[in-house]
Design a protein around this ligand. Structure first.
Ligand SMILES: [Zn+2]
Length: 70
């Protein structure tokens, strides 16, 4: 597994490499303090238990009905 490279936002000097949730690191080259936050995954909201036997409405219903023969 490869970890993302952390670079200075000002001079693009490589500062570190690794995984982080929050990081504040000062660039030794230009002295800029880089505050980095890991990208959080989209929070998944647990769905409330809906009625499972409710299949009345179905989206994407074809408008044309097949011709009945017989
Ligand atoms: Zn820098």
């Amino acid at each position: 597994m490869t970890y993302p490279t952390i670079r200075c936002g000002a001079c693009h000097r490589k500062l570190a490499e690794g995984a982080y949730s929050y990081l504040a690191i000062k660039c030794p080259r230009c002295g800029v303090i880089n505050q980095l936050k890991a990208v959080e995954p989209p929070t998944r909201t647990p769905r409330a238990s809906t009625a499972s036997d409710d299949h009345d409405t179905e989206p994407g219903h074809p408008s044309g009905q097949p011709p009945h023969r017989g």
